[in-house]
Design a protein. Structure first.
Lengths: 245, 125
C-alpha cells in the first residue's frame, strides 16, 4: 500500500511539473491567438485563431483532469465539505457549458422536480462542480448540430438519492455515444486510460470523483437516448436538509 | 485604470510580452523585466502601480522577489499579482498567504488580466 502511494506521489509530482511546462507554453499559444481573434479583420483568420484558442483550453482541461486524478490516487486530496443547493450548482454548471454547446449548435436546458428544488446536500462543492462539468462537457462533445440536451434532476424513491438524467433528443449518433459511456461505466475501478476513442479520461475521472464524494454512484443508459446517473448519499444522508421538512 | 503602470517580471520572453499586447488596447502601460534583480532596480527609480510576478524564475524566484518588496515600506502601495503556471489550489492559497494580492494562473486572457488588476487593487486598498 505504502509502495503504491509512493508511486502515485511520484506520478503526481511528474504531472505537476508537466502541467507547469504545458501551461507555460500554452500561455503564448492561447494568449496570442486571443489577440489575433480580436484584431483580425478576415473572418477565416479570426475563426482559425478561435480554433487554436479553444484547442489550447481543451488540452488544459485534459491535463488538469490527469493531475487531479493522481492527486486523489496519491492521497493529496482533502474534501472540503459544506452544505449547498444541488439545483443551484447544476444551473451554474449548465450555464458555464452553454458556450461549448453553442459552438456545436446544440442547446442545453435544465429542469428539476419540486422535491429537488429546495434540497441542500453536504459535499465538496468545488469537486462536485468539476464532476458535473466533466460529465456534461463529455456529453456535449459527442452531440450533433441542432441537438437538444436536457438535464433533469429528480428526487429518488428513497429520501437520500437523486437521479440526474442527460437526454439527447436527436437519435443520430446516439448508438456511438452509448457505446463509449457503457465501456466507461463498466470499467472495474472506474478508471480508463486515454487509449480509447472518445472522452475516456475525463469521464473516468468524473466517476472517480463521484465515487470519492458520494460513496455510491450508478450510471447507465436508460434508453438509447438517455444517460441516467443515480446519485446516492448513504453516509451523509442525515446531513441532507430540505427546507420543506 | 488606463493611467496605471504595470510591471511584468517573467523570464519567458513570450509570456512576458503577452500582458503588454493584451492590455495595450485598454490604454494600460506595461513595463517588462526578465528577472527579479532587474525588477528591484527598476522599481527604485520608477513608480509602478502593479506587478505581475512569475514564480518559477531561475536563481531569483518570484517568491524571493516578493520577500524583498514586502520588507520595504516604500513599496507598500504596489499591487502584487502572482503570474504563475502552478495551477494547484493549495499553491494559490500559499501565494496569498505570502503577501500576493491576487493569483493569475497561466494561460491568461485580457479579461483575466483586467479582472486580476481590478481585484488586486480592491484587496490592497
Amino acid at each position: 500500500m505504502e509502495h503504491q502511494l509512493f508511486k502515485s506521489a511520484q506520478k503526481l509530482s511528474f504531472y505537476d511539473r508537466f502541467s507547469h511546462e504545458l501551461r507555460t507554453t500554452l500561455t503564448g499559444i492561447v494568449g496570442f491567438s486571443e489577440y489575433i481573434a480580436h484584431t483580425a479583420e478576415e473572418p477565416m483568420m479570426k475563426f482559425a485563431a478561435e480554433v487554436i484558442q479553444q484547442g489550447g483550453h481543451d488540452v488544459l482541461r485534459v491535463m488538469g483532469a490527469y493531475v487531479e486524478y493522481f492527486r486523489i490516487e496519491s492521497g493529496h486530496f482533502n474534501l472540503q465539505l459544506s452544505s449547498f443547493s444541488l439545483v443551484d450548482l447544476i444551473q451554474e454548471v449548465v450555464s458555464s457549458v452553454r458556450a461549448s454547446a453553442h459552438q456545436r449548435s446544440a442547446k442545453v436546458i435544465f429542469s428539476c422536480d419540486d422535491e429537488s428544488w429546495s434540497c441542500r446536500i453536504f459535499s465538496d462543492l468545488v469537486f462536485f462542480r468539476q464532476v458535473l462539468d466533466l460529465l456534461l462537457q463529455d456529453f456535449i462533445s459527442t452531440s450533433n448540430k441542432d441537438e437538444l440536451i436536457q438535464i433533469n434532476l429528480q428526487r429518488g424513491t428513497s429520501r437520500d438519492s437523486f437521479t440526474l438524467s442527460f437526454v439527447k433528443t436527436s437519435e443520430h449518433e446516439a448508438a456511438r455515444t452509448m457505446q463509449l459511456y457503457q465501456s466507461f461505466w463498466s470499467s472495474e475501478d472506474g478508471f480508463m486510460y486515454a487509449k480509447q476513442e472518445g472522452p475516456g479520461v475525463c469521464g473516468a475521472l468524473a466517476k472517480r470523483f463521484v465515487t470519492e464524494l458520494l460513496g455510491h454512484v450508478n450510471g447507465a443508459w436508460a434508453s438509447d437516448k438517455t444517460f441516467q446517473l443515480d446519485l446516492v448519499f448513504p453516509v451523509r444522508a442525515e446531513k441532507m436538509k430540505c427546507n420543506e421538512q | 485604470m488606463s493611467n496605471k503602470l504595470i510591471l511584468v517580471v517573467d523570464d519567458n520572453d513570450i509570456n512576458r510580452m503577452l500582458p503588454s499586447v493584451l492590455l495595450k488596447p485598454y490604454g494600460i502601460h506595461v513595463l517588462e523585466c526578465s528577472n527579479g534583480w532587474e525588477a528591484l532596480e527598476l522599481i527604485k527609480i520608477q513608480r509602478v502601480d502593479c506587478m505581475l510576478i512569475d514564480i518559477s524564475m531561475p536563481s531569483f524566484t518570484g517568491l524571493d522577489l516578493i520577500s524583498h518588496i514586502l520588507k520595504n515600506s516604500k513599496y507598500s502601495e504596489i499591487k502584487l499579482i502572482a503570474y504563475t503556471a502552478d495551477a494547484a489550489m493549495q499553491d494559490e492559497d500559499q501565494f496569498l498567504q505570502l503577501g500576493f494580492h491576487q493569483v493569475l494562473i497561466k494561460p491568461v486572457s485580457a479579461k483575466d488580466l483586467l479582472s486580476a488588476i481590478g481585484v488586486a487593487q480592491m484587496r490592497a486598498s
